[in-house]
Ligand binder design. Structure first.
Ligand code: PLP
Length: 397
């Protein structure tokens, strides 16, 4: 192959989720959009909060074109980074300052930069806890390291600490956690975070080098029933937070987020510089200028999480009434459901016969389950129950 084979492979195969979404569009053209129940993607349906549009309107009037659309400094506008620091400090009682933040094009970019900045040798490993976001493997391998997966705790979808301990070794650079979780909807409890911090503290001593927690947090604000998402930097020094406004402000296509490197992290200034170096080497230049200004003025705002909560309840009640075994999500906008046969891929294929587009969790490292994304129209959820019931009956008659 004359081209980069690994990149060719990534670019020529769509992800299973994208494949399903494209299939849904084709089916809609044949049977009508109202007869296809597409629960595949995690594209927010709740509108961005009013402050987003208002800020964009104001910015176009207030700022000249260089300030609005010009290059910003590589790490992001000082004003934006300070606004984020102020907001987090007020909310979590932390002591961050502007220079702890590097503004990125969303969590995907934050994670890619973090893995690359932390990788120093080909044997380096990052640990993901199933069920996990499949792109971690792509980002980790692109950074030159490899991904090791810890099997899921399928009772509470917290962390199986015995399995995690067995997965950590001398080459472990970091453990990736994602809470609220895509796809399980679980939120890691304070007890889980403290236990993780304590285990990694022991392992750092044992191996004589830092082991980072990489917090992937695009769903931080999307929680239900008063669930609290502990702020991990308060419990573990070697933490890097990869945040995104894709879900909280419903801006996934605008590509904006940040990496937080706290002062407490091991040689934090060097790590921050390595993150900036990765941004430079990958040609990111700077994050979108106008969006940087938008987030500076929309700190603490979110889309209407209550709408996701209503969808969660509607779907959970509907599916459990039919007989499905569902994990009740505490956050994010995905329902994790036990497949009705061992092979979740086969179950999802059978669901397609009812034009139900749901995602097998085999790709999330958690066989036997499916993910149903409920950032969709509530009417579609209601209309889909007949199809879910027929699918269920097809296994139980
Ligand atoms: N991490 C998780 C767990 C996600 O679900 C997603 C997107 O769905 C991302 C990262 C990437 O988000 P972003 O749009 O901020 O790149």
């Amino acid at each position: 192959m004359i081209y980069n084979e690994k990149m060719y492979e990534l670019g020529s195969k769509r992800s299973a989720i994208r494949e399903l979404f494209e299939y849904g569009k084709k089916r809609a053209a044949i049977v009508g959009a109202e007869n296809v129940y597409d629960f595949s993607l995690g594209n927010p349906t709740v509108p961005a909060p009013d402050c987003v549009d208002e800020t964009i309107r104001n910015l176009t009037e207030e700022l000249d074109c260089i300030r609005l659309h010009g290059y910003t400094s590589a790490q992001g506008d000082e004003e934006t980074r300070s606004a984020i620091a102020r907001f987090l400090n007020k909310t979590h009682g932390t002591q961050f300052h502007a220079d702890n933040f590097y503004i990125t094009m969303g969590a995907a970019a934050s994670l890619s930069l973090a893995f690359k900045a932390l990788t120093t040798a080909p044997l380096d490993e990052f640990v993901a806890i199933a069920p996990y976001f499949p792109e971690y493997k792509v980002f980790v391998e692109a950074a030159g390291a490899s991904l090791r997966v810890v099997p899921a705790d399928t009772t509470a979808f917290q962390i199986d600490f015995e399995a995690l301990e067995a997965a950590i070794g001398k080459n472990t650079k970091g453990v990736i956690i994602n809470s609220p979780n895509n796809p399980s909807g679980a939120v890691y409890s304070l007890e889980t975070i403290k236990k993780l911090a304590s285990l990694l503290g022991v392992k750092e001593k044992e191996y004589g080098h830092p082991i980072f927690i990489i917090c992937d947090e695009p769903y931080r604000e999307i929680v239900y029933d008063g669930a609290e998402v502990p702020f991990v930097t308060k419990y573990y020094d070697n933490t890097v937070v990869c945040y995104s406004y894709s879900k909280s402000l419903s801006l996934p296509g605008e590509r904006i987020g940040y990496i937080l490197v706290p002062d407490e992290a091991y040689e934090s200034k060097a790590l921050y510089a390595a993150v900036a170096g990765c941004g430079r080497a990958l040609g990111y230049v700077c994050a979108p200028s106008m969006m940087q200004k938008v987030i500076a003025r929309c700190q603490g705002e979110t889309g209407d999480v209550e709408l996701y909560r209503k969808n969660r309840d509607l779907l959970y009640e509907g599916l459990t009434a039919i007989g499905y075994e569902c994990f009740k999500p505490q956050g994010a906008f995905y329902m994790f459901v036990k497949a009705l046969e061992e092979d979740a891929d086969a179950f999802c294929e059978r669901a397609k016969e009812e034009d139900l587009l749901i995602v097998s969790a085999n790709g999330f490292g958690c066989p036997g389950y499916v993910r149903i994304s409920y950032c969709v129209d509530a009417d579609m959820i209601k209309r889909s129950f007949g199809a879910f019931e027929r699918l269920y009956k097809s296994y139980h008659n």
